[in-house]
Design a protein around this ligand. Structure first.
Ligand code: G3P
Length: 204
């Protein structure tokens, strides 16, 4: 029963869409109604409100981190295997992408995945984040940075994560994240993908 509760709690934590919550609290429009329509920090930044974008990024990363830490604590107190932590990682990602509180219209999982990776192993999290930062700063395209980070994460997970269940979870999360970037991949291939911070109309 406990693993099921942990998975459910992780899903519910993931379902807190900080892009929508922070936007509402900041008097901004629902990010699903402008720009790319994605409830994520990159799209909130298109509103021009940097503070709201940063809070979205931190909130979404924190929930990924929290779900893993909760699962780690529960696993160590109750003597559960690493599979529970792996399942919590996938569940919090699924919650973010298909949130029960927001009509199942969620984000692409980038910030949440960063929080998950940092909690699973700081080296995996930090190096993945570093690649994201280098590409985002150098190329100024958020989705490209996310996609390259999603390719790197499973390799780093394979090197450092202690169990095959957790490595598999990282592979599944990367595949989900790439799938959610389907439109971005098409726009990248046709040269139509916009730069980070380009403003969108209809955000306030
Ligand atoms: O974090 C999501 C990012 O990789 C792409 O967002 O709004 O440009 O589709 P967006």
């Amino acid at each position: 029963m406990t693993p099921l509760i942990l998975i459910l709690v992780s899903y519910l934590i993931g379902s807190l869409s900080f892009a929508v919550i922070v936007s509402k609290a900041s008097g901004l429009a629902d990010p699903r109604s402008y720009g790319s329509g994605n409830p994520g920090a990159t799209n909130v930044l298109r509103s021009g409100n940097k503070k709201a974008a940063l809070l979205t990024l931190l909130g979404d990363a924190l929930k990924g981190w929290l779900a893993i830490v909760l699962a780690q604590v529960a696993a160590s107190y109750l003597g559960l295997g690493p599979e529970v932590i792996a399942m919590a990682a996938v569940a919090v990602t699924v919650g973010h992408m298909w949130p029960v509180f927001f009509s199942f219209k969620g984000g692409k999982g980038v910030a949440t995945a960063a929080g998950i990776l940092l909690a699973l192993d700081w080296r995996v999290g930090l190096l993945t984040l570093l690649l994201w930062l280098v590409v985002a700063k150098g190329m100024k395209i958020s989705s490209l940075a996310a996609l390259l980070a999603a390719l790197l994460a499973p390799v780093l997970a394979w090197i450092w994560l202690p169990s095959s269940a957790q490595i598999t979870a990282v592979v599944v999360i990367s595949l989900l994240l790439i799938w959610r970037h389907e439109r971005n991949i098409r726009d990248l291939l046709t040269g139509k993908e916009g730069s980070i911070g380009e403003k969108a109309s209809g955000a306030s």
